[in-house]
Design a protein around this ligand. Structure first.
Ligand code: PMP
Length: 401
C-alpha cells in the first residue's frame, strides 16, 4: 500500500518542467515583513503581489495590540469556540464586525477558507440549490462540494446566464447564490444590483464573499453590499482578516437566527481551534484604524488609479478590473512564468496565475496595489513590466493594434 502511494506521488510532474527551466515561482521565502519592499535572497524586492491592500501589517498600533493580547491571554486558546476556546475579545470582535457591515450578528472562524467551508456545507442541504459564479474562490467551491445540496454554476458575472439557470429550478426549493464581491484574480466587482433583482424574482438568497472588498470598497471599507447601498439585500456577508485587516481569520455576518444556526452546524468552526488572542486583538486594532483614518483607503485608490493610468498608457490588457487587483494578461503559461522570473530578478514581485487556475488563454500576472506604495515604486514596476514584456516577446494591446 505504502509503496503504491509513493509511486503515485512520485509521478507528480506538474511543476517539473518549470523547475528544470529555473522558473519555479511558488513558495518563494521572504526574509522580512509583508511590506511594499520585502527581502528575498538577501535582495530588496518591490512587492506587487500582496493582499495587504491597506499596508497595515507593520502598523505599530496593531503590533502593540497583538503583543498586549499575548501578555494578557497567552499564545493560543487550546480549543474550539464551541467549548473552551471563546475569549471575551472574540465576542467583542464579532459585535464590532456585525455593526461594521450592517448585520445583526457575526461569528468568527480561524481562517476565511474555513468560513466558506463551514457555512456553505451547512447552510443548504439535500434538495436545496447552491448557485455559484464559475470564477468563485476555491473555498466556495470546496464548501459547495462538502454540502449535500445541488450545485449549479453560471458564467462569470453573466446575469442572463444566472437568470437562465434559475428559471429551471423548482419554485419551492431553497436557493442560495454565492459570489465573490471583488473577484480575486480578475479584480472586477459582482453586478450586485442586477443579481439582487434576479434573486428577488426567483426567491433566492445571496451570500457575498468580501475577502478582497473589505477595507477597499463601501462606506469606510465595509464591502460590496455597502458599496452598492444594498446591505439589506445581501443575506450573508463573508470576510477575511488575511488581506486589508493584516491578520488571519474570517467571519460571516447575517441575521441572528442564521448566525445561531451556523454556530451550531458549521463543522470547521465547531471542530477547529479558535483564532489566537494575538490575531483577534490585531483585527480589533485594524478595525479601529480603518474606521477612523480614511487616508488608508484614499491612498489605496490614489495608487490604484495611478498604476492603472500608467499601465493603460503602456497598452497593457487588464480586462474589466475595477479594483486594486490588476490582472495583466499574458495569455500564455510559459511566457507568464518567464515574465515573472525576469521581474523577480529585477526586484519586482508579481504573482503568476496560469492554467488550471485560469483557462490557458487567460494566464496573467496578478499585480496588486497597497495604500503604502509610493508613486515612484509604481513607476519603477510599470517600467520594468514593459521591458520584461518586450524581452519575452509579449505584445501589449497597443502593439497589437
Ligand atoms: N475567499 C476569497 C475570495 C479569497 O481570495 C480567499 C483567500 N485568498 C479566501 C476566501 C480565503 O481566505 P483566507 O486566506 O483568510 O483563508
Amino acid at each position: 500500500m505504502g509503496k503504491r502511494l509513493h509511486e503515485k506521488v512520485a509521478q507528480f510532474q506538474d511543476a517539473t518542467s518549470i523547475k528544470e527551466a529555473g522558473l519555479y515561482p511558488y513558495f518563494r521565502p521572504i526574509e522580512s515583513g509583508q511590506d511594499t519592499e520585502v527581502i528575498i535572497d538577501g535582495k530588496r524586492v518591490l512587492m506587487f503581489g500582496s493582499n495587504s491592500y491597506l499596508g497595515l501589517t507593520n502598523h505599530p498600533k496593531i503590533k502593540e495590540a497583538s503583543k498586549r493580547a499575548i501578555d494578557k491571554y497567552g499564545t493560543g486558546c487550546a480549543g474550539s469556540r464551541f467549548l473552551n476556546g471563546t475569549l471575551d475579545i472574540h465576542i467583542e470582535l464579532e459585535n464590532r464586525l456585525a455593526k461594521y457591515v450592517g448585520k445583526e450578528a457575526a461569528v468568527i472562524f480561524s481562517t476565511g477558507f474555513q468560513v466558506n467551508l463551514g457555512v456553505l456545507s451547512c447552510i443548504t442541504g439535500r434538495n436545496d440549490y447552491l448557485i455559484l459564479d464559475e470564477y468563485d474562490h476555491a473555498s466556495i467551491i470546496d464548501g459547495s462540494r462538502l454540502s449535500f445540496s445541488r450545485v449549479i454554476k453560471f458564467a462569470h458575472n453573466d446575469m442572463d446566464d444566472l437568470r437562465q439557470k434559475l428559471k429551471n429550478l423548482p419554485d419551492e426549493a431553497v436557493k442560495l447564490i454565492a459570489v465573490d464581491g471583488i473577484f480575486s484574480m480578475e479584480g472586477d466587482i459582482v453586478k450586485l444590483p442586477e443579481l439582487s433583482d434576479i434573486a428577488d424574482e426567483f426567491g433566492a438568497n445571496i451570500m457575498v464573499d468580501d475577502a478582497h472588498s473589505l477595507g477597499v470598497i463601501g462606506h469606510k471599507g465595509a464591502g460590496t453590499a455597502s458599496h452598492f447601498g444594498m446591505t439589506d439585500k445581501v443575506d450573508l456577508i463573508m470576510g477575511t482578516f488575511s488581506k486589508s485587516f493584516a491578520s488571519l481569520g474570517g467571519f460571516i455576518a447575517a441575521d441572528k437566527d442564521t448566525i445561531e444556526y451556523i454556530k451550531h452546524k458549521a463543522r470547521s468552526l465547531i471542530f477547529s481551534a479558535s483564532m489566537t488572542p494575538a490575531s483577534v486583538a490585531s483585527v480589533i486594532a485594524a478595525l479601529d484604524i480603518i474606521e477612523t483614518e480614511p487616508h488608508h483607503i484614499e491612498n489605496l485608490w490614489k495608487n490604484t488609479h495611478y498604476a492603472k493610468m500608467l499601465l493603460n498608457d503602456e497598452g497593457f490588457d487588464m480586462g474589466p478590473s475595477e479594483s486594486p487587483i490588476l490582472p495583466i494578461y499574458v495569455r500564455d503559461n510559459a511566457k507568464t512564468f518567464q515574465t515573472t522570473n525576469i521581474l523577480q530578478s529585477q526586484g519586482i514581485f508579481v504573482n503568476p496565475v496560469v492554467s488550471p487556475a485560469v483557462p490557458s488563454d487567460s494566464s496573467l500576472l496578478r499585480f496588486s496595489l497597497m495604500a503604502t506604495h509610493t508613486f515612484s515604486q509604481i513607476e519603477e514596476a510599470v517600467d520594468k513590466l514593459s521591458k520584461a514584456f518586450k524581452t519575452v516577446g509579449v505584445s501589449t494591446v497597443k502593439e497589437k493594434i
